[in-house]
Design a protein around this ligand. Structure first.
Ligand SMILES: [Zn+2]
Length: 386
């Protein structure tokens, strides 16, 4: 049976999630990002609309929605609930824009559950830091956690894989005590990077101990250590947990060029990881896979190519040899203006993103595999699958 093309979640509301000029999570990324997907034949076919209050309250406190709505009407005022000057500033229309991101991932999950598609990709989703009662780290409502909650309402066991360079703390916290949700986050260690959590001893609460998995990597870890860790733990954990649906977060900020973090992952490795997630969805979950975007602050050189890798994986399509010259020409001036030029000519990166290997990086890569081995032992010692 031929698989239908994946859903691509993007629409007019996607660019309204905008903390203002100068903020790193900029809607400028959708210009080069979506247009590069379109060169691959993608057509956005699910335009996000706001999730309802009742839906958002599956994972967020009603009082928190009231705070977000108040800022949405009147962005000025003292900081509350993680919203204010800094990482997550208020803006007019904040509630509707944030609820639309959540709605995009939620409707994509529903389409997968109905069997309309097996795969969906929501590049504007992946706001994994939002907590039940507060915003955090550019994230207002937690769209991956909401999509997972939707699947859980039907009793489906969910494997969540978080590849963003930052710990997926909000998703982990929201589903902390649910043994039907396994979260696996690989990230730069909280000793060096926001949000400062995501250590191996965070294993889940109550009956869920062993279903929350964290792989904290040293600064400098590159594609070899990052991929080796994922390739060791994900197949074993998927087999042990037996998910019925897979949700993944593909933040592009683990890349070597990213300005906000210190790993050295490549788009090549991101593509390999996306194909691993796809293969696990087919092996264990009937193919059901919702992929989201996430962080990623090198808007021209990295984010469009990282999103393309996810899209190609979801289409089971090979990586083309070259990026269309017309697309590179279209975005060259903007890339230069933001000091993110030149735009690479290929979807895959050269090894180590073309950077020299340093002795400290080699050590970090070796340590990543040891961390993964230790975490796997720890988790399998606790995990009890009903
Ligand atoms: Zn697939």
């Amino acid at each position: 049976m031929a698989l239908s093309a994946p859903l691509l979640v993007f629409g007019p509301r996607s660019t309204t999630y905008d903390f203002g000029s100068g903020h790193p999570l900029t809607p400028r990324r959708f210009g080069p990002g979506i247009s590069l997907l379109e060169t691959l034949g993608a057509v956005p076919n699910l335009a996000p609309e706001p999730a309802s209050d009742a839906e958002l309250e599956w994972i967020h406190d009603a009082a928190y929605l009231d705070v977000v709505k108040a800022f949405s009407r009147e962005p000025l005022g003292p900081s509350r609930a993680g919203i204010g000057p800094g990482d997550t500033p208020a803006f007019a229309g904040m509630h509707e824009a944030s609820a639309a991101v959540a709605g995009g991932s939620l409707r994509a999950m529903e389409a997968i559950k109905r069997g309309d598609v097996v795969h969906a990709f929501h590049p504007g989703g992946g706001l994994h830091h939002a907590m039940p009662a507060r915003a955090s780290g550019f994230c207002v409502y937690d769209d991956p956690a909401l999509a997972i909650a939707r699947a859980r309402r039907d009793g489906l066991r969910v494997l969540y894989v978080d590849l963003d360079v930052h710990h997926g703390d909000g998703v982990q916290a929201i589903h902390w005590s649910d043994p039907g949700v396994m979260t696996v986050s690989i990230h730069e260690t909280g000793l060096a990077l926001f949000p400062g959590t995501g250590f191996p001893d965070e294993l889940g609460g109550g009956d869920a101990v062993g279903t929350k998995v964290n792989l904290p990597l040293d600064p400098g870890t590159g594609e070899r250590g990052w991929l080796a860790a994922l390739e060791l733990v994900l197949p074993v954990l998927a087999e042990a947990f037996q998910p019925e649906i897979v949700v993944s977060q593909h933040g592009a900020d683990a890349h070597a060029f990213d300005p906000l973090a210190h790993l050295r992952v490549t788009t090549t490795a991101m593509g390999t990881a996306a194909r691993l997630v796809d293969s696990l969805a087919h092996r264990w979950a009937g193919g059901r896979w919702l992929a989201t975007g996430g962080g990623g602050y090198d808007v021209y050189r990295v984010v469009p190519r990282a999103w393309s890798q996810v899209w190609l994986a979801a289409n089971h399509a090979p990586v083309p040899d070259a990026i269309p010259a017309t697309w590179r020409e279209q975005w060259a001036a903007d890339a230069g203006r933001y000091d993110q030029a030149p735009i690479p000519a290929t979807f895959d990166d050269p090894p180590n993103a073309g950077l020299p290997y340093r002795a400290a990086d080699e050590a970090a890569d070796a340590r990543a595999l040891r961390i993964a081995e230790q975490v796997l032992d720890l988790v399998l010692g606790h995990l009890r699958v009903p």
